[in-house]
Design a protein around this ligand. Structure first.
Ligand code: ATP
Ligand code: MG
Length: 551
């Protein structure tokens, strides 16, 4: 640039290069200083922008002997130091335009004589060759950096199956190669959470977490939320205050964005096995920092990160289910052992004549034995049902069934137990007939009723059956121990329980089986509890199917 200023006799100059189709000032020079800061052309003074735009469009050189009297006069006057002479030369390769060399003289008119223009034209040829070489070199260097980044990412991401560590690692990889800061936001239990951040200045990471906490909800105009909704990457290389305001919802959020110095940003989806797991944001403080090429690299990094996150998540889930199954095995053996011990003690006592075989003793002993056999049969049936459900072999025989009648039967069956625990059971039922499998429907009501009695603390239980908008509704409400709200989403899963095995017997299968049957009928089941010791309410909705009535 110094040589150009001298050759032309200019006092100010800009070297503007086309990068990914957009013009950037790559060097700005005065007679005393040369800056290599990369800024968008839009930030340059009026006259430079207009003249450079003209040269880019036409490919013609522009020489203004007196800029104030030219077609560009208004722009020349508006310049911070009114411009007198202008020379703008296109820098071209045989196949395409590379950029524009723009020079001004703010002191004299006619500064650019014919010889000077000629020399500069010649010089522009040299400039274009030199630029081509350095661009090729930069291209290669960028390519090498990208390959290196992806290679580092691949090896770092397979290092650990620890979910949290993987997320933190993913963010660190991108800084500073691809951005000044990087954040990883992941959807967990339907909620978007900021899980990992990295910043060139680690002191700023707390602010990044704060930014994440304030915008991560579905109504936000924030690009992360947009990317999750559309599954498409987002790039904005010129973020100004107005855009920050549009992309955030309140002054506080915009202030955090401004404090972080967000000037260029890209967001890519984290996509694995057909699902968007979250989004990864790359943010820089330098305007124009991110180009379409960076976005491609970010997307590639995002793909690898998504795969690593998916693997770590699958691993964590499989660990959790192994743990649940181990716990189930110990609970199940305990559950099976209890009635078995009691049964064998009863039989032994009879055989050893520890209990005299009077008719009264025999009746009592056999009724204990019958209860234990019923308990064992129930446990084995539950296990059989579960294996049928898991294998997708739940056979249903549809018939016209009255839900109210089934509920009455079940309550009748539990009458003995209800009176033993002093539980009052109130029925509010009207007949609702649907196409269901009677035995399966009985099982649903039995499992829900058994829970209401087991966890109902002896307090009254209400059962309501009615038709609502053409569907059958069953509501079972107790006033017992209740369910902690964070456990409610889990209790319908296999082996999942919200109570300690020491306090309450059970395999954690009753609701799993109930839900599977209800869903096979096309219905739904929901649990609601205001909190511990405030009772629980289970609501079942069943479509009635095609009921065969009299012709
Ligand atoms: N009415 C209720 N009140 C409070 N907690 C309940 C109620 N119903 C179910 N739960 C909770 O949901 C868990 C799962 O219920 P589920 O019926 O599947 O298993 P279980 O009753 O523990 O064992 P199983 O039914 O297999 O004998 C229970 O362990 C309990 O923590
Ligand atoms: Mg149960």
């Amino acid at each position: 640039m110094r040589i150009c200023l001298e050759t032309a006799g200019a006092d100010r100059g800009l070297l503007v290069l086309d990068e990914d189709g957009a013009p950037f000032v790559r060097s700005a020079a005065t007679t005393t200083a040369v800056s290599l800061e990369r800024t968008p052309l839009d930030a340059a003074p009026d006259i430079a922008r207009v003249v450079v735009g003209h040269v880019r469009r036409t490919g013609d050189m522009v020489v203004l002997d007196d800029a104030r009297r030219s077609a560009f006069a208004a722009h020349a006057q508006a310049s911070p130091c009114p411009v007198k002479s202008v020379l703008a030369v296109p820098i071209q390769r045989p196949d395409r335009a590379v950029g524009v060399l723009y020079l001004e003289n703010t002191l004299v008119v006619d500064a650019f004589s014919l010889e000077r223009v000629r020399s500069l034209d010649l010089l522009s040829g040299h400039i274009s060759v030199a630029l081509e070489n350095s661009l090729l070199f930069e291209d290669r260097r960028r390519g090498e950096l990208a390959t290196q980044l992806l290679a580092d990412a691949s090896s770092a991401l397979v290092e650990s199956l620890d979910y949290a560590a993987t997320l933190a690692r993913v963010a660190q990889l991108a800084v500073p190669v691809l951005a000044d800061m990087c954040a990883v936001d992941v959807v967990e239990d339907g909620q978007l959470r900021r899980m990992g951040v990295a910043h060139v200045d680690p002191a700023q990471e707390a602010l990044m977490f704060e930014a994440g906490a304030s915008y991560l909800d579905p109504g936000s105009p924030h690009p992360v939320v947009q990317v999750l909704r559309t599954g498409r990457a987002w790039l904005e290389s010129e973020v100004d205050d107005a855009l920050l305001h549009r992309l955030t919802r309140g002054p506080r959020e915009a202030a955090i964005g401004a404090a972080l110095g967000v000037r260029s940003a890209m967001v890519v989806p984290l996509f694995a096995r057909g699902r968007t797991l979250g989004a990864m944001s790359f943010v820089s403080r330098q305007p124009g920092r991110h180009t379409a090429r960076d976005l491609t690299l970010a997307q590639e990094l995002g793909r690898r990160a998504a795969m690593a996150i998916d693997n770590a998540r699958l691993y964590a889930e499989s660990q959790a289910s192994v743990q649940v199954r181990d716990q189930f095995l110990s609970v199940a053996s305990h559950e099976l052992r209890t009635p078995l011990t009691s049964l064998s003690m009863t039989v032994e006592a009879l055989l050893d004549h520890t209990i005299p075989a009077t008719p009264d003793n025999l009746r009592r002993t056999f009724s204990i034995a019958r209860r234990q056999i019923a308990r064992l049969t129930h446990l084995v049936d539950e296990l059989l049902n579960v294996s049928r459900i898991t294998a997708g072999r739940l056979a249903l025989e549809l018939d016209d069934v009255d839900l109210a009648a089934v509920v009455r039967d079940v309550v009748q069956r539990f009458a003995g137990e209800a009176s033993r625990t002093g539980t009052q059971v109130a029925l509010h039922v009207t007949s609702v007939v649907g196409r269901w499998d009677r035995t399966a429907l009985d099982q649903v009501v039995t499992n829900i009723m058994a829970n209401a009695l087991k966890f109902g603390a002896g307090k009254p239980i209400d059962l309501t059956v009615e038709a609502i908008n053409g569907t059958a509704s069953l509501v079972v409400a107790d006033r017992g121990i209740g369910i902690p709200s964070d456990r409610i989403p889990h209790i319908f899963e296999r082996f999942e329980r919200a109570v300690s095995a020491r306090q309450y017997g059970g395999l954690g299968l009753g609701l799993y089986i109930a839900r599977a049957i209800i869903e096979a009928f096309g219905g739904s089941i929901e649990a609601m509890s205001p909190g511990p010791h405030e009772g629980a309410t289970f609501t079942v909705r069943l479509p009635r199917g095609r009921v065969e009535g009299p012709p």
